[in-house]
Design a binder for this molecule. Structure first.
Ligand code: PEP
Ligand code: MN
Length: 379
């Protein structure tokens, strides 16, 4: 870990410390935006009745990508949320994007959780400004990932909130904006939240499968994947009547589909203490360890040969890259991969990585030899 990656956040609270009795994983559900008192109250009552939700979420102020879109009910929605809390006992989570939003949410204790949305997290000045207003507060703050797959920007936003004295922080993985249309509205890039957890070991990470999937029918598979990656909770958009929603209509679940999804999700344990299971796991891990070392040794041997090729090509004044050879490698290895049951695209990515390193190595050797006058420079 480089010094810029050093983790200062060693005393973060776990989700279990956030509220008495909140289980794990934490389930946060509610409409994308607050539209009317009736919509908010009917959704909250129906969600409370399911008994499956810890926290009711909604956006009073929605930062929309394009002008002219519905931006939430604003300040008047605070009163609606106070009613939700009093009537249902659900905790309340609200998105904040300015110090005024924070002040309004905290003034009468309306919000139990605040979250910073993807668009706001993308701007360090905004996060600094919010952090000042969050200074020393004792309620949890959720930091969504920025729109771009930039782990430093995400880590930086979390650090800014932490340096304001907030100890109850969680990251929310909601996927990253693509240019092309992809299966999901946002690219999952699951490796990024995994890397974030490596960098900040005590940080809870919650998944927002709704913004990630972008389509109600795809939300359950994303939620299951998040649970299988041992994420610490789900934040799901649920609307009393999704087809009438004023924002994100396509991805919001009805209360019925939410209930159905929750029943069908498999909540696996992060580990098990059964000795038989642990022994078997240990045995399989030994096998993986041994195979990994063999793979690394084989790659080192391959790179050794690449080095010799670099030398040979240099002495004969031949370019590092021969396109036909590279295309043949890609084709034959992907085909071989298929025979062994590996995904062709995986083998292709692997070969590209090996090839890149091989080119780097050959170029390095060629440059060294040329500098020492041991082979002709190409004219
Ligand atoms: C939201 O949660 O409603 C929202 C606006 O999400 P994001 O910031 O992830 O786009
Ligand atoms: Mn939304």
């Amino acid at each position: 870990m480089t010094s810029s990656e050093e983790n200062e956040m060693t005393d973060l609270n776990t989700i279990d410390d956030w509220f008495a009795g909140t289980g794990y994983p934490i389930i946060i559900a509610g409409p994308c935006s607050a539209e009317s008192e009736t919509q908010i109250l009917s959704t909250a009552r129906a969600l409370a009745d399911t008994g499956m939700v810890h926290v009711f979420r909604t956006g009073l102020w929605k930062p929309r990508s394009r002008p002219g879109s519905f931006t939430g009910a604003g300040m008047k929605g605070i009163r609606w949320l106070d009613r939700v809390k009093a009537e249902t006992g659900l905790k309340i989570a609200v998105e904040v994007a300015s110090p005024q939003h924070i002040e309004a949410c905290l003034e009468n204790g309306t919000a139990d959780i605040l979250w910073i949305g993807a668009r706001t997290v993308s701007n360090p000045f905004s996060v600094d400004e919010l952090s000042q207003s969050l200074s020393g507060i004792d309620i949890p703050v959720l930091v969504k990932n920025p729109l771009s797959p930039d782990i430093d920007l995400w880590t930086g936003a979390i650090e800014r909130v932490y340096r304001a004295g907030v100890k109850k922080i969680a990251a929310v993985h909601r996927g990253f904006s693509p240019f092309e249309k992809t299966t999901y509205r946002n690219m999952p890039k699951w490796e990024i939240p995994i890397e974030l957890r490596r960098r900040i070991p005590g940080l809870p990470v919650i998944c927002d499968p709704s913004h990630l999937a972008g389509l109600a029918s795809l939300v359950p598979e994303v939620a299951q994947k998040a649970l299988d990656l041992n994420m610490h909770g789900l934040m799901v958009e649920v609307h009393i009547n999704p087809s009438e929603a004023l924002s994100d209509a396509e991805q919001q679940l009805s209360v019925d589909s939410f209930t159905k999804m929750m029943r069908s999700l498999v909540f696996r344990k992060p580990t098990a203490d059964d000795p038989g299971f642990l022994n078997q796991l240990e045995e399989l891990r030994h096998q993986i360890d041994s195979i990994d070392y063999q793979i690394i040794d084989l790659i080192a041997a391959r790179m050794n040969v690449s080095g010799k090729m670099g030398e040979y090509k240099c002495r004969n004044n031949v370019t590092v890259l021969q396109m036909e050879r590279w295309l043949e490698i890609l084709r034959t290895r992907s085909a071989h991969g298929l025979h062994t049951g590996l995904e062709a695209s995986f083998v292709e990515s692997l070969m590209k990585l090996l090839h890149q390193e091989s080119i780097r190595k050959q170029t390095e050797i060629m440059n060294d030899l040329r500098e020492n006058g041991e082979c002709r420079s190409s004219e």
